[in-house]
Design a protein around this ligand. Sequence first.
Ligand SMILES: Nc1ncnc2c1ncn2[C@@H]1O[C@H](COP(=O)(O)OP(=O)(O)OP(=O)(O)O)[C@@H](O)[C@H]1O
Ligand SMILES: O=c1[nH]c(=O)c2[nH+]cn([C@@H]3O[C@H](COP(=O)(O)O)[C@@H](O)[C@H]3O)c2[nH]1
Ligand SMILES: NC(=O)CC[C@H](N)C(=O)O
Ligand SMILES: [Mg+2]
Length: 542
Amino acid sequence: MASSRELPIEPHKTFDTILVLDFGSQYSHLITRRLRELNVYSEMLPCTQKLSELSWKPKGIILSGGPYSVYWDDAPHVDPAAFELGVPILGICYGLQEIAWHFAKNVLAGEKREYGHAYLKVERHTGKAAHVDALFAGLEDDMEVWMSHGDKLSNLPSDFTTIATTTNAPFAGMAHETKPLYGIQFHPEVTHTPKGVQLLKNFAVDICKAKTDWTMGKFVDQEIARIRALVGEKGQVIGAVSGGVDSTVAAALMKEAIGDRFHAVLVDNGVLRMNEAEQVKETLTKHLGIQLTVVDASERFLGLLKGVTDDPEKKRKIIGNTFIHVFQEEAKKIQAAAAGSPKAGEIEWLLQGTLYPDVIESISFKGPSATIKTHHNVGGLLEGMHLKVIEPLRELFKDEVRELGTKLGLAEELVWRHPFPGPGIAIRILGEVTAEQVRIARHADYIFIEEIRAAGLYRKISQAFAALLPVKAVGVMGDKRVHSQVIALRAVETSDFMTADWYPFDGAFLKKVSRRIVNEVDGVCRVVYDITSKPPGTIEME
Ligand SMILES: Nc1ncnc2c1ncn2[C@@H]1O[C@H](COP(=O)(O)OP(=O)(O)OP(=O)(O)O)[C@@H](O)[C@H]1O
Ligand SMILES: O=c1[nH]c(=O)c2[nH+]cn([C@@H]3O[C@H](COP(=O)(O)O)[C@@H](O)[C@H]3O)c2[nH]1
Ligand SMILES: NC(=O)CC[C@H](N)C(=O)O
Ligand SMILES: [Mg+2]
């Protein structure tokens, strides 16, 4: 690990970086992912980014796909300076159309839309400049590709050559005859284009000459040096730590960077999983050597949630706001306790476990999509706290964070923990949150997860939990009539938590879980399994 104090380093200033300009495609972030998998560092910025405002120069630029049509009056367009920067540019789908529009205003709505698989014919050009063929170098002449577009080029802009065709798209690939400018109508970043990664490698490594030196180890060294430089010799940092993988990995980095000037705080909001606070404390203190303060604010949270029955958003807001208050109070206490110590200065910084998808969502061209639910978000902690934010993971994706956690020596169990939302069990109790309702939901959840682990399914399932429905059903238990509540089990498989499908358990497994819950959890006489995908459902119930 780096030890000397250095100036803050941003990865794009030390690693060769491919800049992805996002026009709002569902797959834009995958371009960045694929490049990083090739050990080429890549960052994504909104398509409206002014290049003169960048403090660094990319090795190449990729224009993503997007839902707009380039010929619409309000369509987003790339800063024309991109074409003057002298670096290679690859346009994907909308990006191809954008390049064509820039040079020739020659895009129109096609008669046929193309969604799904297509066969691409690559055209080679002996006798032309070598770079024209470089994008498809080493690839077969016939390629399976994946398309998703309705617009098309009416003709090629002058000085461009066709480098690939499909039966529907005569200009499925084009290259400029003298400059390293390329456009492709298909999406190389999705797995449905099997050789797509090779094409991205051709662009980034062979055409842009980007070095393949992005590794997690180097990233960690840099991040630690950056944190040290930011915080200084005496600065103190308070961190919201939940025991989830994001905040634990962020905390481990912080500890490495500034030792005991980092103060981790877990708020017991009364709606954590069973034994969670104790378990997290044990893991962080014993195994990671991080001093963790558990603030038991459960009565305060439950008191505030009392009587909230109608609007789930109210629950989320109460919990989000109360988190802020508890943190403010805790920061004051820590600072007071350290006062007078020559080693410790003010608490100026707040650690957040923000990941790249959170950042990406907030930078898209038209802003984040409609609010479906207010995610409890540490961003809210900022209000009134006057703390500056440190987000060591803001360049990383969830699976990169898991890889980093493994590298930092975190236990597998911790690294692969299912995500657990800040508002916890409160958004899994559909109705008023009371201590009694928490007891029921928590116990049922514990049994469900225990059985999932015992069946060896924990890693296969992305997230699972038990929710408590605010309805009663009739049952017969021990020859007696009972009238009690219903537990709904939810388990999903997903790669990015944006879309998800329910997990197809076998009947024997569900029978066992149902029998255990009804027998062991007082107040439940029925168990149902939620078979709604996302969309239209969401993963959480509220
Ligand atoms: N009970 C809690 N006490 C302190 N901080 C919390 C608590 N719950 C959530 N947070 C803060 O909110 C952030 C966002 O929560 P989120 O659930 O997205 O991340 P995580 O808990 O670190 O990881 P995971 O997504 O795997 O659950 C956390 O990184 C943490 O900083
Ligand atoms: O920290 C969090 N605070 C929240 O308020 C919150 N709401 C949902 N989630 C998690 O986000 C993912 C997607 O959930 P939804 O499909 O319910 O929106 C799932 O992993 C959810 O558990 C949250 N995480
Ligand atoms: N996926 C895309 O980038 C689509 C681009 C454009 N909206 C079209 O339909 O052709
Ligand atoms: Mg969490």
